[in-house]
Design a protein around this ligand. Structure first.
Ligand code: AGP
Length: 588
């Protein structure tokens, strides 16, 4: 889950690569590096640390040359060290490679190459690729063919960009189960793992398919398939703009994206005619129905299941994407799998999609990234329309997933349209107004070792989402669960001052959840109520506006997002780049 960018141009590229590197840093941020060729000398500069630290130490932006590669890393094989950072070069810097993914057979390949005299300097799987390409290049003398030959020996996942010291006019790229995009510019061409890396220069893109290998020069593109035959691909325009990825006046992307939600919930409700109805028709006809996703997207899937079961009387299994294979007994021709994902590149999700297709079932996806692997592999796609989400913690994408899922369920229920979006947008604005109260709670609880979130019924996934947000941004241990489960164990952990957030809208479960709050209070917990109705059992109360029950999770999650964000800031964490995580989890 690294960030790759490569560029070949008429002008010096170090500055262009530096800007691109900063934009893909959310994909992995434990080390970074860059390599360029100038006067036929290939220079590599890299190290452990954030992009800004590496720039301070190595002045990457001062590298010379109109061709170059850059990379930001999320370590898989080999610790976070200067030597293990990318680019990884072969013997005598003949070939340099940046890589996103995991090479499963790298140990065997390394042994064979070492026996041929190759000398390795890092612990990475990636360095093996540079030596392998070098050895093929010596035989084939053609950068594209050498890369194709080398990739045929790789097992695992890879998106790579490759530079050849004696060919300062071209870059080569290849992909299998990790995203790689060609950016088609005017007098400059790009290879990147994300359109955000080059969106400032061009919005014309070619999303490479699995096993394709591409050669780019500053004004030419050549793509071949696994059989070595040329493939013609037309560039397509992406809908995102540079303005979409500025922080504007906010301190962090995460805070900006939380505050975009009054607008993005409206955007999510605008879907192409007939597409929602198509989803509904397929779901009604399905022999068996699954909903899947990872992390926050899985929580949105739980909400969708709840309404499909309870209101539409449609049985469906919600399974975390990484476990779908284990629960696929009923997945067959005629089955439908609804897949939720912000990035559309999460490896567990892509794996689940391939499993679904292998069994002849249909894939319907609700996704944010239009050109992603998930969108291109799906039989039907509904887009979130919430713009690029840079903060690692999913916020606006989650509320957009809830809106789109509700459109689909309403259509399954035969409703021609979904009302209340305007009111929902107003209610989200109100919910953002809880920030002042949230900041008081942050002061009180920012140093607590544990936090619990509980709710009942339709709200239970919001308890799980609140805990996930707090964990990933503040690094405080947090658990989210149905309130009914407290008595079966977790209550043992409750002691004087333990903060427990109780999400409890007025409605079917209100009284039962108040009883759970009483049981918590009786054991010394500081009960924090999130609801449209206050009650004296709450030590602290966060009022959220009353909305249609199907939309309540959208307003209830807002103060929980703010709690996680402001606790992270109070604990001096970087909310945009939480430790050990990355925005798009492209490794299994
Ligand atoms: C959520 O804040 C996390 N970033 C993570 O759990 C995320 O939801 C998960 O990795 C799934 O990502 P996706 O929606 O892009 O597939």
């Amino acid at each position: 889950m690294c960030g790759i960018i490569g560029c070949v141009a008429e002008e010096p590229v170090a500055g262009i690569l530096m800007d691109g590197l900063r934009r893909v840093e959310y994909r992995g941020y434990d080390s970074a590096g860059m390599a360029t060729i100038s006067d036929r000398i290939l220079t590599v500069r890299k190290g452990a640390g954030r992009v800004s630290e590496i720039e301070d130490r190595h002045r990457l932006s001062k590298l010379k040359g109109s061709i170059g590669l850059a990379h930001t890393r999320w370590a898989t094989h080999g610790g976070v060290t200067d030597q293990n950072a990318h680019p990884q070069a072969s013997c005598r810097e003949l070939v340099a490679v940046v890589h996103n993914g995991i090479i499963e057979n790298y140990v065997a390949l390394k042994k064979a190459l070492a026996a041929d005299g190759h000398r390795f300097r890092s612990e990475t799987d990636t360095e093996v690729i540079s030596h392998l390409i070098e050895s093929e290049y010596k035989k084939l003398k053609d950068p594209l063919r050498a890369t194709l030959a080398a990739t045929k020996k790789l097992k695992g996942q890879y998106a790579i960009a490759v530079m050849f010291q004696d060919r300062p006019d071209l870059l080569v790229g290849a992909r299998k189960d990790a995203p790689l995009i060609v950016g088609v510019g005017d007098g400059k061409m790009f290879l990147a793992s994300d359109v955000l890396a080059f969106i400032e220069h061009t919005d014309m893109t070619i999303f490479l398919d699995n096993f394709e290998v591409v050669e780019i020069s500053k004004d030419r593109i050549k793509i071949v398939g696994r059989d070595g035959k040329e493939v013609r691909r037309k560039p397509t325009q992406v809908a995102w703009e540079l303005s979409d990825i500025s922080k504007s006046d906010y301190a962090h992307y995460t805070l900006k994206e939380i505050n975009e939600q009054p607008r993005t919930v409206v955007g999510a409700s605008v879907q192409e005619d007939g597409k929602v109805a198509d989803f509904a028709r397929a779901i009604r006809k399905a022999k068996s129905l699954y909903v899947t996703g990872s992390g926050t997207s899985y929580h949105a899937g739980l909400l969708m299941k709840f309404r499909l079961n309870k209101e539409a009387g449609i049985r469906c299994d919600v399974v975390v994407a990484g476990e779908l294979k284990e629960h696929a007994a009923f997945l067959k021709r005629g089955s439908v799998v609804v897949v939720l994902s912000q990035s559309g590149e999460t490896a567990d999700v892509i794996d689940a999609v391939y499993e679904t297709k292998k069994r002849g079932a249909k894939v319907l996806s609700i996704v944010n990234a239009a050109g992603s692997t998930l969108a291109r592999e799906s039989d039907g796609v509904l887009l979130l329309n919430c713009g690029p989400e840079v903060g690692v913690a999913a916020t606006k994408s989650f509320t957009s997933q809830v809106v789109v899922s509700n459109l689909v369920v309403d259509a399954v229920l035969g409703k021609s349209r979904t009302n209340g979006i305007k009111e929902l947008s107003e209610a989200v604005k109100d919910a953002l107004g809880t920030e002042k109260k949230v900041l008081e709670l942050v002061e009180l609880y920012k140093d607590r070792p544990d936090f619990y979130f509980v709710a009942r019924g339709y709200e239970s996934p919001i308890a799980m989402e609140g805990a996930l947000k707090l964990k990933e941004l503040s690094y405080i241990h947090a658990e989210g669960m149905p309130a009914s489960e407290l008595k079966h164990g977790t209550l043992a952990l409750i002691e004087k001052g333990t903060p427990v957030v109780v999400i409890n809208p007025s409605g079917d479960h209100h009284a039962d959840t108040l009883s759970s709050a009483e049981e918590l209070k009786a054991r010394g917990a500081d009960v924090i109520g999130v609801s449209d109705v206050e009650d004296e059992v709450y030590a602290h109360f966060i009022r959220v506006p009353k909305v249609q029950p199907k939309f309540a999770p959208v307003v209830e999650v807002i103060p929980l997002q703010l709690l996680a964000y402001h606790t992270a800031v109070a604990r001096k964490n970087d909310p945009d780049y939480p430790r050990n995580l990355a925005k798009s989890v492209t490794v299994k």
